[in-house]
Design a protein. Sequence first.
Length: 562
Amino acid sequence: MQSSKKYELRSPSRYHGVLNAPHRAFLRSIGLNDIDIYKPLVAVATAWSEAGPCNYHTLMLANVAKEGARQVGLTPLVYPTMVVNDNIGMGSEGMRYSLVSRDLIADMVEAQFNAHAFDALIGIGGCDKTTPGMLMAMARLNVPSIYVYGGSAEPGFYKGMKLTIEDVHEAIGAYLSKKISEDELLQVEMRAHPTVGTCAGMFTANTMASIGEALGMSLLGSASPTATSSRRIMYVRETGKAISQLIELGIKARDIMTYEAFENAITLLMATGGSTNAVLHLLAIAREAGVKLTLDDFDRISKRVPLIASLRPGGDYVMADLDAVGGVPLVLKKLLEGGLLNGDVLTVHGKTMKEALEEYKLPNVPHDNIVRDVKHPFKPTGGIRILKGSLAPQGAVIKVAATNITRFEGQAIVYDSEDDAFKGIENNEVKEGMVVVIRYEGPKGGPGMPEMLRVTAAIMGAGLNNVALVTDGRFSGATRGPMVGHVAPEAAVGGPIAVVENGDKILIDVENGRLELEVSQEVIEKRLKDWKPKEPRYKWGLLAKYASLVSQASEGAVTKPI
């Protein structure tokens, strides 16, 4: 299966012919010769940074991808993009730059690719926003493209328990509530993330890497090997080789990223209990691909796809465990056999999903504790549900894979920022049975829609198991409990969440997909009429610019030209 139109290379118009002598002179100055210049020119865009473990090693991986591309007669050149490390920014002003970085990465990849007339694109990423940023750029550029992941960290161990960064955040809540000592908190901190690579659980980075395979944009099996695995090197090298076939067959990114491919991606998300951030990112990637995807698609697929993987934070296992039993292809095969996956979509293998999965060899090992058949799932429906109602007319998101609570009704305790909510937990203002409301933290209000892991982890770590949270901000993929995010419209644009008052009753009804502010519609309308917008937190610089361009969470929080 292949594209119907032969791909026309871009580089000849920039580098071939007498009049392009100045352009060739610059390529010669970095060591390229005539043979190199007249081969297809491949961009190896790598999200690289030493400011954290997730992308610390990706510059090395870029050179491995170059090696593979050279072996099949291409001329690869590396360029970097930025990285915002989510965990380091968590709970601080730095987190406001996290979602912003996704769109900046897409812009940086586009700018460098088009400015230098590359023919094809290999993207390498790690931390949460780097994968969707790369995939957005690929969809936007619509050239032969493959994404390859940098890999997750090994899990840590303490007192016989497997650790991830989630445990450090929850240990803070346990320390604040005097359940553990400062020394025990330090021991967890020292052991939780022992190697380079992304967070070990099925948090946002691993979710998006897995989606890369389900979408058809990554080589099968490439998401799950750890950053320290020799198989990681192998997959990166093979990615460098595989881009040649896409060029020869004329297969471009949008040939792969069809509506049906996005349905497969959502199916994989629901089956694995992946991060709620994937909802935002898939909406954003689809928009770049010209595919009309909505929250209704997520809700429809969630109702028919069971949760078949037990992965943290909703389950017991980490990405390295999934890798040992077959990785993402194991899950995809289960879904295909259960009639839940479209096997006819095209992939970067140059084959259909069904053909590629048939050729993929799975290890013959027991796996029912980690991945089950669709007829015997861990939960009968998907890991994420979309909620709508008087509190979220345009929609909100809850990760049901990470909680057993399907209905919650309680009195609101309202905070106008994440910091205020964290202080409220520190001061024991939050009691069992309450619904914590955090607002003015949406795409515009944050700005940047920061993640609330510091607050949600503090709630869980403090043992407040009968407390829910509702916010127009986001959650980390490591968040667990009855936590509702992405409320749209957000408070900053006058959504109903802006007029919730302390003591109001809020209903979270997962089974019926409802999020209701239990006061009369007349009262809500009167409050909204009296509501006045807050002064923006930033009036200059990148965050102010982003706030002026960004859409609501229900549209993927994408930046739209005015």
